[in-house]
Design a protein around this ligand. Sequence first.
Ligand code: SF4
Length: 186
Amino acid sequence: MYTSITKIKEDVLQCHKCSLGASRKNTVFGEGNVHARIMLVGEGPGRDEDELGRPFVGRAGQLLDKMLASIALTRNDVYIANILKCRPPGNRDPEPEEAAACIGYLRAQVALIKPKIIVCLGRVSAKHILGQDIRIMRDRGVWHKVKGFWIIPTYHPAALLRNELLKKDAYKDLLAIKARFNELGE
Ligand code: SF4
């Protein structure tokens, strides 16, 4: 049981619990406001994130910043992390054993940050957080209350870059997230 975010980060930096530890350039632990009421969770680092050791720094990250701005939030208002802390080669989906090895770090981050809202960015994130098969077009925008956390799946920003038509529904989800954020208060 971790008592500080720093200690989790130290363990991630040295982690080789799965084979991704051998191929990463940098671990991508996560960053943001450790007192945030909203936590955003993606699936894993991409090439840019692996280079810089920071989450959502490529084109998808720039879009994520715009999405947050559209509901009057910034990265300082949220905490951003991933299911995997190391990049899967070629940005493939995490293998089940990789996610199983890594998800304890995310759980520890959640336990210490205690967000009220967890936003699953994309199918892979939602599948591992909710523990069920997800079809993102069908299941996005639906709230789940699990162990006191409000959890909502929505599109990964990379999906919105590939298909602009999804942005309308993504914006609906953002508005729902902001409404829940306001409703929950401090
Ligand atoms: S992906 Fe997670 S479990 Fe695998 S080596 Fe990296 S930090 Fe460890």
